[in-house]
Ligand binder design. Structure first.
Ligand code: NAD
Length: 436
């Protein structure tokens, strides 16, 4: 099939490249001239493991191309995906749908022949109805169906998630659209991936409900971690003991500095707004949002406490600033709260991140980014691990300690044990586990 992917960001580029790899002919469209030029010249504008090879192969074999010209891509497409951003609207936290609606209008103007218009962006219930209305209003004669097909991929493991998903969700009650969606995802059918066909509104809500549940699970274990600290229990062992119950499952039970990223914060907030607007408030999720916001701020206090209650004039070395490992994405990363709070308390901050530096440098003031963990630790009064990149899991702790001014390690991802840290001579603080 011929596919136009509108929006070539984390979701659009990965989805486009994977559809091309399934054998479809994909044109990725973006308004951002620099992004399109980078892609055309063989570069990749984001960091996502394996994406460079996938894009290069499919581009070389003629199934994947890039353009700023939406009209040309849409005119010849059988399926047009909307994969533009849906950030939080300033002020009220509702999803900002202006990019989606603008794309819908542009698409409407150039539709040619029967076309399935698919919202891949995460959009509140009822957005598909509005997209359909906009297209119909712009082009009364257009032959099209609007389908919801939310994306569940995780940054850092995006290609595998797209090609081997737990499920694909498709919201439509139109038989022609259903047939097109079946054809698009055919290779997954062959792999026996469950495809959940449902109504458009249900499909839209599935995405938010899934993200809200995962955010709730993280927040739950974070609060249990706080209790562990007070009562002398170990949250990792609690999580293991709880997670082995198959009704609960062990995933997303890792205590840490609070969830961040491009999805959970904005999606939990948008869901609570939709619920309030429809007079069915989700009090559980409202609390999750509040607890998580407070948690990120509390992490700076944890660092300060580890430094005998004062970081004034001290140097804090930070390892990892992206919201999770294997991405350069800084959106709503916990570091964005923690680092400025430490600076306000008088600390000088130096940081290292394996892939996030370019993005992070735009977002922080007065943070020195260095080229490796050992440079980062040199002369520091405390070392703080905010993101659990693999390369931070086996550092030479003794060497680190010998380079620092004071032997203080704050591990907000629990990647070391108290024993390992103590053996290297560190005073060690982690999350929900014994310190010492
Ligand atoms: P992104 O900001 O990385 O990419 C969006 C792209 O759309 C940008 O490059 C922007 O220039 C482009 N764009 C905006 N309007 C356009 C237009 N009219 N025509 C062409 N291009 C246009 O966003 P993302 O992280 O890829 O997220 C996209 C959607 O997918 C969001 O709704 C998000 O919630 C959802 N989602 C994201 C993830 C994730 O891990 N990032 C996972 C699942 C779902």
């Amino acid at each position: 099939m011929r596919v136009a992917m509108i929006g070539t960001g984390y979701v659009g580029l990965v989805s486009g490249a994977c559809f091309a790899d399934f054998g479809h002919e994909v044109t990725c469209v973006d308004k951002d001239a620099e992004k399109v030029e980078t892609l055309k010249s063989g570069g990749i504008p984001i960091y996502e493991p394996g994406l460079d090879m996938l894009v290069a192969r499919n581009a070389r074999e003629g199934r994947l191309s890039f353009t700023q010209d939406l009209a040309e891509a849409v005119r010849s497409a059988d399926a047009v995906f909307i994969a533009v951003g849906t950030p939080s609207r300033r002020g009220d936290g509702f999803a900002d749908l202006s990019y989606v609606y603008a794309a819908a209008k542009e698409i409407a103007g150039v539709l040619d022949g029967y076309t399935v218009v698919v919202t891949k962006s995460t959009v509140p219930v009822g957005t598909g109805d509005e997209v359909e209305r906009i297209i119909r209003e712009t082009r009364a004669d257009a032959d099209f169906s609007v389908v919801s097909n939310p994306e569940f991929l995780r940054e850092g493991a995006a290609i595998d998630d797209f090609k081997r998903p737990d499920r694909v969700v498709v919201g439509t009650d139109d038989d022609r659209a259903r047939a097109s969606m079946n054809e698009l995802y055919r290779p997954l059918f062959l792999n026996e991936t469950p495809i959940v066909f449902t109504s458009r509104r249900t499909s839209e809500l599935i995405k938010y409900a899934a993200n809200a549940f995962l955010a709730m699970k993280i927040t739950f274990i974070n609060e249990i971690a706080d209790l562990c600290e007070k009562v002398g229990a170990n949250v990792q062992e609690v999580a293991k003991g709880v997670g082995l119950d198959q009704r609960i499952g062990g995933k997303f039970l890792h205590a840490g500095p609070g969830y961040g990223g491009s999805c959970f914060p904005k999606d939990t907030l948008a869901l609570t707004r939709t619920a309030q607007e429809n007079d069915a408030p989700l009090r559980l999720i409202e609390t999750v949002v509040e607890v998580n916001d407070a948690r990120k701020r509390a992490m700076a206090d944890k660092v300060i406490a580890a430094c005998d209650g004062d970081v004034k004039g001290k140097t804090v070395a930070v390892l990892g600033v992206t919201f999770k490992p294997n991405t350069d994405d800084m959106r709503d990363a916990p570091s964005l709260e923690i680092i400025p709070a430490l600076q306000r308390a008088g600390a000088t901050v130096r940081a290292f991140d394996p892939a996030g530096t370019v993005e992070a440098e735009k977002l922080f003031d007065n943070v020195e980014f260095v080229s490796g963990p050992y440079f980062c630790a040199e002369g520091a009064d405390v070392l703080v691990i905010i993101t659990e990149w693999n390369e931070f899991r086996a550092l030479d702790l003794k060497r680190l300690k010998s380079m620092m001014k004071a032997p203080v390690l704050v591990d907000l991802r629990n990647i070391y044990t108290l024993e390992e840290a103590n053996n290297a001579g560190f005073a060690y603080t982690s999350v929900g586990r014994p310190n010492g």
